[in-house]
Design a protein around this ligand. Structure first.
Ligand code: SF4
Length: 365
């Protein structure tokens, strides 16, 4: 973000660039409405605080997330917490793109789903990173990476198993950090101590799959984890100084725009490092697919989703990094909504709507 001082050149710039009610002088930096400067834009003129530019600035060059399949399962599948998993969770534990690169992209020019990767938990984290870097560096030479343990519950094992896996990823020469996706009820004291240690050694964040703050909805989606679990988890992570990113999903059964925005407001508190927002995607062979086929799950339109994401961005504090604003389900798994495969269209729609509103992240926080 940029600072601001109203000196003469700036004033002249403002006056000379007045257009209608809303104007943009030096459009990479400021939004002005009428005579008032209402909010600073983010780096490169963005209207929200994307994690990509944040990492590039922090580490000095392009930094991507290498999606790792650590070979875990989930306590919501093996009977420890529940069976069958969350209703939307795919066979690969919501980690479709983790693993070894096997292909590039669809023949359809409009499809913006990124890489089709084959999850191979047998390959070490190091090998998985190497495979992904070999693809990514065709676009970005010598990229840095954050090793993102994505599939299933990546703290669901004894620390004797977890630590070597995490450390193996960190042996990749350009690996500058770790992102570990897990459930809020799956970080016991021994895991927390390991995370504390790693947090001293590298750039670490933990990703928590929450999706909603409503325990009523949590029961419908079979999350088998309560809001109290989340509260306890973020308190313990906060005490340990560990960054965390919370995932929310828009369009869950029984939810309204008001309840979805309440979830956003509920999680926006001190200590939150980032947010992932995602539309509900119906994937093949999930319990959600059955509900959808029985017409029990109305899905949001693209316009409704874009509008809701913009409402959410407006109430998310400026310091919170945005890790995702849309989904990218593999085309061979996605049943609905089909508009979600056009990721660029969704992101462009969000940017356009934010601009139309004269909004930036946090303008109503
Ligand atoms: S907690 Fe995560 S991995 Fe487990 S069933 Fe739910 S979405 Fe899938």
């Amino acid at each position: 973000m940029y600072g601001f001082s109203l000196n003469l050149p700036v004033l002249i710039s403002i006056i000379s660039s007045v257009k209608h009610q809303e104007l943009y002088f030096n459009p990479r930096q400021y939004i002005i409405k009428g005579k008032q400067i209402i909010m600073l834009l983010f780096k490169n003129g963005a209207r929200y605080h994307s994690i990509g530019p944040y990492l590039t600035e922090r580490f000095g060059r392009r930094t991507f997330k290498a999606a790792i399949d650590g070979g875990f399962t989930c306590p919501n599948r093996d009977g420890t917490k529940g069976r069958g998993g969350c209703i939307y969770c795919s066979e690969k534990g919501s980690g479709e793109y983790a693993g070894i690169v096997t292909d590039s992209r669809s023949a359809d020019g409009r499809i913006t789903v990124p890489l089709r990767l084959e999850a191979t938990a047998t390959a070490s984290p190091y090998e998985q990173i190497r495979s992904q870097v070999s693809f990514i560096e065709k676009k970005w030479p010598s990229p840095l990476c954050i090793a993102y343990f994505q599939n299933f519950t990546n703290t669901y094992a004894p620390v004797e198993i977890l630590e070597p896996l995490y450390r193996n990823a960190l042996t990749w020469p350009n690996c500058v950090g770790l992102a570990i996706a897990t459930r809020p009820d799956c970080i016991d004291d021994s895991v927390l101590r390991l995370l504390e240690q790693l947090n001293q050694e590298t750039f670490l964040w933990v990703e928590l799959g929450l999706q909603t703050t409503s325990d009523r909805t949590a029961a419908i989606i079979n999350r088998c984890c309560s809001m109290q679990d989340y509260e306890d988890c973020v308190r313990r992570l906060g005490r340990s100084g560990i960054r965390y990113v919370t995932h929310l999903m828009f369009g869950l059964p029984g939810e309204t725009p008001a309840t979805m925005l309440k979830s956003v407001a509920d999680i926006c508190r001190d200590g939150l490092f980032g947010i992932k927002l995602h539309m509900l995607n119906v994937l093949k062979d999930t319990p959600l697919e059955k509900m959808w086929l029985q017409e029990q799950v109305p899905l949001m339109s693209q316009e409704e989703y874009i509008s809701l994401v913009c409402d959410a961005l407006e109430i998310i504090p400026r310091h919170v990094t945005i890790h995702r604003l849309t989904g990218d389900a593999p085309l061979d798994l996605l049943r609905a909504p089909l508009w979600s495969q056009y990721k660029k269209d969704v992101l462009n729609g969000i940017n356009k709507e934010m601009k139309r509103r004269g909004s930036v992240q946090g303008c109503r926080a």
